[in-house]
Design a protein around this ligand. Structure first.
Ligand code: ADP
Ligand code: SF4
Length: 693
C-alpha cells in the first residue's frame, strides 16, 4: 500500500512561530469529560494520538484562575503550581512521538458561573451568566484593576504552561466561551473606556495578552488564537468583522485557529451538517495574514483535506472528532492504508460525555478514554489467552465489534447473522433521514473483518440453541439485539395503558421495515427522548402525513441537548409543520383518538389520530440466550456463554460497540471478583496547614 501523491502535501512540515509541526494534522483542543478528575486517562488518550501521527495535539480548555470556572463541566485547571504535574504528564505524552504539545488557556468571563469556587464572576460587561443552564448568577463588570489582574493571571498561566513543557499556547476566543471573544464582540463588550467601542479598542486586551505571552515565555513558545468564524446576532463578532480584525492584526498570533460561531454549529452532527461545512466562512482569510490558518470540518477524507491545503483555504487540517474516532488517521493516510480509516460518524456521543460530566466515549473508537483506565488501544488488542475459538451470534454493532476485537486478539472467530445484511440496527437506521453516516459503524468493521484470515461470517443463519451447542466454540456471545416495544411502556408509563386494538400502531422497527403510514394524521409518542422520535417525524412528514409529536418532557428530544442537536431538532420540527405537544402523554389510546394528560396538572384533552407511532423503549431479544443457558452448554464444551449489547440492556450504538469490545477484551482474563475493572485516580488528601491561622 502506498500513499497517493496527492496527499503528500499533508506531510510537509510547517512553522508555527518558533516551533515546527511535522505535518498538517492538527488536533484542535477538545473536551473529554475526564479533565482534571482523570489526569492519567486524559494523558494516555493524548499519547495515543501522538502515536497515531498527529503533528499538533492540544489539551482541552484549561481554566487559568478560579475567578472563572465552568463547573459542572470538567475541563483542566491551571490555578496554581499544584496543577502543573498533571498537565506536564499530558505534555510529555503528547510529545512522545514528535508532535507539538499545545495547551488551551481559557478565562470564561460572562460564561463562568463559578459554582465551585464561589468567586464573583468577572466579565467584560457584567450581566447574567450565559451558559447552557441559565444559572441564576450575574457577573460584575471588570474595572481597570480587574483587567490588570487578569493580565497577571494570564502571565502566571503562561509561565506554568512553559514549566509543564508545552510548545504552543492557544488563547481561547471561540464558541462564545472565552473572554477574548467577549472583548472583541459588541454583544458582550459594551464598555466606554479604552477597551470598548472601536475594533482597535476591543482588540486592545488581546494585543496586551499576546505581548505578555511573548514576554513571559521569552518568545520560546508559539501562540495560537482560537476564534469564532462568525458570531450571530445584530451585535455579534461577525465574519466580516473577523476579517477586518485579521487584516489589522495579521501578525498578532503565530497561527489563526478558526472555528464556527457556537460550539453547536462548530460541532454539528452529521444528521444536520456535512463534512467541510465551514469552508465559506474560512475561505479567503489566508490571504489576509502571513500566518498559518487551521480550520475544522469533521474531515475524514484525505482528498478533502489535501484539497483544503492545495486550494489555499487552510494550512493545517484541524480535527477533534475525527481524531477521537481514529487517533491513527494521520498514520493511515501516511502509509496509504486508506481502507483502515475509522471515520467519525458525526453522532456527538463524545460530546455527550462532557455534557453529562461522565467520561466521554466514542461510538467508533471503543478505546477512547479507556487507554489508561482499561489498557485498551484503538488499533491493537491484547494477545489471546488459553482458549482458541469464539462464536458470536448477531452481527449488529455489538457483534461486529466483538468479532473484530476477538479476531485482533487472535481467536478463531465465527460470526453468525440471521439476516442477509450485516450491521443489525445500524444497517436499518442508516436508511433513516440524516443518519446515513452512521452506516460507517458497520462498514468499517465489515471491511476489517473481511481481510482477516481467522474470521468466518455466516449470513442467513438464524441460530438455534442446538446450533450453538453444536459449533463447539470455546466462548459464545449472544448479541441478538432488541425490539422496539409496541406499547407506551417507557419512563412515564411503567405498565401498558388501555389501548383500542382498532387504532393502527407502529413502532420504529415497523417504519424501518418500510411499513410507514402515508397521508394520515399520525401521533408520535416519544418517551425515548433521543433522536428516534424526531427522525421518524421527518420520515412521516416526507410521506405526506400530518404529524403530531407528543412528549411528556418540556422539550422535544430533550436528551439531544447532550449531542448539541436539540435546538436544531425543535426548529426543524416546527418548520416542517409538525405539531409539537410538550408536557403531554397519552393516558389511553382509543380507536380514533388519544387522550392526552398534562404532565403537571393531569388535565385531559383529546387528540384525534388515524395512526400512532410509539417511540418508547426496547425489549431485549434474549430468548436464544436463555434457551441455550437452559441446556447443558458446559457439557458441550463451551467455557463461557454471555449475553451482550442491546440484547442485555438496550442503549445507544456507542454502548453496543463498547459492550462488544468489553466482552472480547475479557476473554480468558482472570475473574476480577469484586475488584474494580478499571483504573481511576483518587484526589490526594491534603495534610497541609489551613489558609487561616
Ligand atoms: P446490537 O446493537 O446489540 O448489536 P442489533 O439489534 O443491532 O443489536 O443486532 C442484533 C443482530 O442479531 C441482528 O442483525 C439480528 O438479525 C441478529 N440475530 C437475532 N437473532 C439471531 C439468531 N438467532 N441468530 C443469528 N443472528 C440473530
Ligand atoms: Fe465521531 Fe461519534 Fe466518535 Fe464523536 S462519538 S468522535 S461524533 S463517532
Amino acid at each position: 500500500m502506498t500513499r497517493l501523491p496527492a496527499h503528500d502535501i499533508l506531510f510537509t512540515p510547517m512553522q508555527i512561530g518558533p516551533k515546527t509541526a511535522k505535518n498538517r494534522f492538527y488536533q484542535v483542543p477538545h473536551c473529554n469529560g475526564g479533565g482534571y478528575r482523570d489526569p492519567s486517562a486524559v494523558a494516555e488518550m493524548r499519547r495515543t494520538k501522538a502515536e497515531g501521527g498527529w503533528g499538533v495535539i492540544f489539551t482541552e480548555q484549561t481554566e487559568i484562575h478560579p475567578s472563572s470556572e465552568i463547573t459542572p463541566f470538567i475541563e483542566q485547571h491551571l490555578w496554581d503550581d499544584r496543577d502543573i504535574p498533571a498537565l506536564a504528564r499530558m505534555a510529555e505524552a503528547m510529545k512522545s512521538h514528535g508532535a507539538l504539545a499545545g495547551i488551551q488557556l481559557a478565562y470564561s468571563g460572562i460564561n463562568g458561573p463559578n459554582l465551585y469556587s464561589r468567586e464573583v464572576p468577572l466579565a467584560v460587561t457584567g450581566g447574567p451568566i450565559l451558559t447552557f443552564t441559565a444559572d441564576p448568577v450575574q457577573a460584575r463588570t471588570m474595572d481597570r484593576e480587574d483587567i490588570r489582574n487578569l493580565r497577571r493571571w494570564f502571565r502566571n498561566a503562561f509561565r506554568r504552561s512553559q514549566q509543564a513543557g508545552f510548545d504552543l499556547i492557544c488563547l481561547y476566543g471561540a464558541h462564545g466561551f472565552g473572554i477574548l471573544q467577549h472583548f472583541l464582540s459588541r454583544a458582550t463588550n459594551q464598555r466606554s473606556d479604552e477597551y470598548g467601542g472601536s475594533l482597535t479598542n476591543r482588540s486592545r486586551f488581546l494585543r496586551e495578552v499576546i505581548e505578555d505571552m511573548r514576554d513571559t515565555t521569552k518568545g520560546e513558545l508559539a501562540v495560537t488564537l482560537r476564534m469564532s468564524l462568525h458570531e450571530a446576532g445584530a451585535y455579534g463578532f461577525s465574519n466580516a468583522e473577523l476579517r477586518d480584525f485579521i487584516e489589522m492584526h495579521g501578525n498578532l498570533p503565530d497561527l489563526w485557529d478558526l472555528a464556527h460561531g457556537t460550539w453547536e454549529s462548530c460541532s454539528g452532527t452529521s444528521r444536520f451538517t456535512p463534512e467541510g461545512a465551514q469552508e465559506d466562512l474560512v475561505k479567503g482569510i489566508k490571504a489576509l495574514t502571513p500566518k498559518p490558518v487551521v480550520g475544522v470540518g469533521r474531515f475524514t477524507s484525505p482528498d478533502a483535506m489535501a484539497r483544503q491545503i492545495r486550494a489555499g483555504i487552510l494550512d493545517f487540517i484541524g480535527a477533534a472528532r475525527p481524531s477521537i474516532a481514529d487517533p491513527f488517521l494521520p498514520k493511515k493516510v501516511e502509509e496509504g492504508r486508506y481502507e483502515d480509516i475509522r471515520e467519525c460518524i458525526g453522532c456527538n456521543i463524545c460530546v455527550s460525555g462532557d455534557m453529562t460530566q461522565g467520561i466521554s466515549r466514542c461510538t467508533q473508537n471503543t478505546a477512547f478514554m479507556e487507554e489508561w483506565r482499561k489498557g485498551w488501544h484503538p488499533e491493537r488488542a491484547r494477545p489471546r489467552g488459553a482458549s482458541e475459538s469464539v462464536l458470536i451470534v448477531g452481527a449488529g454493532p455489538t457483534g461486529l465489534e466483538a468479532a473484530l476485537q476477538a479476531a485482533r486478539r487472535g481467536y478463531r472467530v465465527t460470526l453468525a447473522e440471521a439476516g442477509t445484511t450485516l450491521g443489525g440496527r445500524v444497517a436499518r437506521e442508516r436508511n433513516l433521514p440524516g443518519l446515513s453516516a452512521w452506516g460507517r459503524v458497520a462498514d468499517y468493521r465489515i471491511g476489517q473483518l473481511a481481510r482477516m484470515a481467522n474470521v468466518e461470517i455466516y449470513r442467513n443463519s438464524p441460530l438455534t440453541p442446538g446450533d450453538i451447542l453444536a459449533t463447539g466454540a470455546d466462548h459464545v456471545a449472544v448479541a441478538t439485539g432488541a425490539i422496539w416495544r409496541r406499547d407506551a411502556v417507557a419512563r412515564l408509563h411503567l405498565h401498558p395503558i388501555p389501548t383500542d386494538p382498532a387504532m393502527p400502531l407502529f413502532t420504529p422497527d415497523d417504519l424501518m421495515d418500510g411499513k410507514a403510514p402515508e397521508g394520515l394524521t399520525v401521533a408520535i409518542y416519544d418517551d425515548d427522548h433521543f433522536y428516534m422520535g424526531s427522525v421518524l417525524a421527518e420520515l412521516l412528514v416526507a410521506k405526506g402525513n400530518r404529524v403530531h409529536f407528543i412528549t411528556p418532557a418540556a422539550k422535544a428530544a430533550e436528551w439531544t441537548e447532550n449531542t448539541l442537536e436539540q435546538r436544531t431538532i425543535m426548529r426543524r420540527l416546527l418548520e416542517s409543520g409538525v405539531d409539537v405537544h410538550l408536557n403531554k402523554s397519552p393516558e389511553t389510546i382509543g380507536r380514533d383518538e388519544l387522550t392526552l394528560a398534562c404532565t403537571w396538572t393531569r388535565r385531559l384533552t383529546a387528540l384525534p389520530a388515524e395512526a400512532v407511532v410509539l417511540v418508547t423503549s426496547r425489549t431485549p431479544d434474549d430468548q436464544l440466550y436463555h434457551a441455550t443457558r437452559a441446556l447443558d452448554w458446559q457439557g458441550a464444551g463451551i467455557r463461557s456463554l454471555k449475553l451482550i449489547g442491546d440484547a442485555a440492556a438496550p442503549g445507544p450504538i456507542a454502548w453496543a460497540t463498547y459492550a462488544g469490545r468489553n466482552w472480547a477484551e475479557g476473554l480468558d482474563q482472570p475473574d476480577p471478583g469484586d475488584a474494580l475493572t478499571f483504573r481511576r485516580e483518587i484526589a490526594a488528601l491534603d495534610s497541609g496547614p489551613g489558609l487561616l491561622p
